[in-house]
Design a protein around this ligand. Structure first.
Ligand code: 3PG
Length: 209
């Protein structure tokens, strides 16, 4: 169903996480990501233009676009109104989860401990973000945390670089991996869309081999 992240991602396993300072770059960014083979992207609600950026990138048509850094139910509503097909949060908030459920959009709360994961499961979710994945101990921590929760899918994010991608994706519990390394604030500041395309293609290649 469309309220399931796996269905919305349609098999995509790399999630570029984008913090976009200006809406004027949204079109070129979407072009570069799509040219690199990305099929989805997460626009973080960390910049004043985030809502408009999300809308432009969703309207672009080549990518399934979701919202990230969604901290409140009001932000979730605005994100979905702007075209977000999924909602990601750094942590677990019951109101954000309830709002996304009412709107019929998959929500992926961040968890860092078994207790937080149990809260998410109790709320009826089966897919969570492990955040911040690398600082928590990376693949080893993910494997240990996943073990008691068969059927739970993880989207590890936070501090991950290209070199770590294959290790996470080899874990059966991992649905997809998120990260900003493919399109950083530096790349966007320099307008280096060729580098964004190249790093995206490299990540997509690593995720399919
Ligand atoms: C997020 O919001 O998920 C993180 O900022 C993305 O993590 P990264 O920037 O460390 O890749």
């Amino acid at each position: 169903s469309d309220s399931d992240l796996a269905s919305v991602l349609g098999g995509a396993r790399v999630m570029p996480v984008l913090t976009v300072p200006s809406v004027s770059t949204a079109g070129r960014l979407a072009d570069a990501l799509a040219a690199g083979g990305a099929r989805c992207a997460e626009v973080t609600f960390r910049t004043p233009d985030a809502e408009q950026v999300l809308k432009e990138m969703a309207d672009h048509g080549g990518l399934t676009v979701g919202a990230g850094t969604v901290l409140t139910a009001a932000q979730a509503e605005r994100a979905v109104a702007a075209g977000a097909r999924f909602v990601v949060s750094p942590g677990f908030d019951e109101e954000v989860v309830a709002t996304c459920r009412e709107l019929g959009v998959p929500v992926v709360p961040g968890v860092a401990t078994a207790t937080e994961l149990m809260r998410a499961l109790k709320a009826g979710l089966d897919t969570v973000k492990l955040f911040p994945a690398e600082s928590l101990g990376g693949v080893r921590t993910l494997r240990a945390l996943a073990a008691p929760f068969p059927g739970t899918r993880f989207v590890p994010t936070g501090g991950i670089a290209a070199a770590q991608l294959s290790g996470y994706l080899a874990e059966p519990a991992v649905l997809a991996v998120g990260g900003s390394w493919m399109a950083t604030t530096d790349h966007l500041g320099r307008g280096d869309y060729e580098e964004i395309r190249r790093l995206t293609a490299d990540a997509v290649n690593r995720s399919t081999t």
